[in-house]
Design a protein around this ligand. Structure first.
Ligand code: ADP
Length: 250
């Protein structure tokens, strides 16, 4: 589904990503681990299109997307969530979901001014999809709560919900467990699993919580010094001497 071929990203003379090759298969949940500074976040930025590689090629669903802007990748179903949930904190939880599809705010304005029937129907569909998403995430009770008032875990669920408002195929999750309590973490994992199994979402997640990685991921890739050091099943990767050494040097 996604192929990174010999990707390099240099900042000045320093190579944050250094000849990194990695493939992601449709339907898998791949865990990306590695010590701080390994290049994981930079790699996510390259995949999502926030950064352009200095060398190498990125293919998504058979198409070369190396030079495509972020938005074009998004429209092809390549969606990224962020380390720091970036909800609109002064909008309600429901409104946050309704904001996702492109063009919403403008369309809403038009609907108010001209009462355009087609636009109104579209908004109604978006609202229904948002309500169904809230129900799936078990967040219906906070639909009208300001998103800024949600707990860390609820914000992560909302962030996952925002991907469900798009036609996501491959979702990049950046530290989903950070700042999430145990109970909500299990819920988040359960929702990720259902989206994977029943909706066919493919996930790549950067995560430091090894228990979450062990529970969720079919495959793990460990990065160090800008490239993939070892990949395979969680147990194999965790016990690999190169991986242990990379973490010791942290
Ligand atoms: P990780 O996510 O694995 O912790 P990062 O991708 O954030 O690693 O960073 C990899 C390395 O690249 C680090 O040494 C970091 O300081 C460096 N780096 C990241 N972004 C930049 C940048 N914009 N300019 C210079 N160096 C950067």
């Amino acid at each position: 589904m996604l192929e990174l071929e010999h990707i390099v990203k240099a900042f000045g003379g320093f190579r944050a990503v250094d000849d990194c090759s990695l493939s992601v298969s449709e339907g898998e949940i791949l865990g990306l681990i590695g010590p701080n500074g390994a290049g994981k976040t930079t790699l996510f930025n390259l995949i999502a299109g926030a950064l352009a590689p200095s060398a190498g090629r990125i293919r998504f669903l058979g198409e070369d997307i190396t030079r495509l802007p972020t938005e074009a990748r998004f429209h092809r179903g390549l969606v990224r969530t962020f380390q720091i949930p970036h909800e609109f904190h002064r909008l309600s939880t429901l409104e946050n979901l309704m904001m996702v599809p492109a063009g919403q705010p403008g369309e809403r304005l038009l609907a108010n001014w001209f009462g355009h029937e087609r636009v109104r129907r579209h908004e109604e569909e978006v609202r229904e999809r948002a309500l169904a998403t809230l129900e799936f995430l078990e967040l219906t009770h906070v639909a009208d709560e300001l998103a800024g008032h949600l707990s860390g875990g609820q914000k992560k669920l909302l962030e996952l919900g925002r991907t469900m408002m798009t036609d996501a195929r491959l979702v990049l999750l950046d530290e989903p467990a950070a700042g999430v309590n145990r109970t909500l973490l299990r819920k988040l994992e359960e929702k990720i699993e259902i989206l994977n199994r029943e909706r066919g979402y493919t996930f790549v997640l950067i995560e430091h919580d090894m228990e979450m990685i062990a529970r969720l991921c079919n495959r793990v890739a460990c990065m160090a010094e800008g490239r993939v050091l070892v990949e395979g099943g969680f147990a194999t990767v965790r016990n690999d001497p190169q991986v242990l050494e990379a973490y010791l040097g942290e």
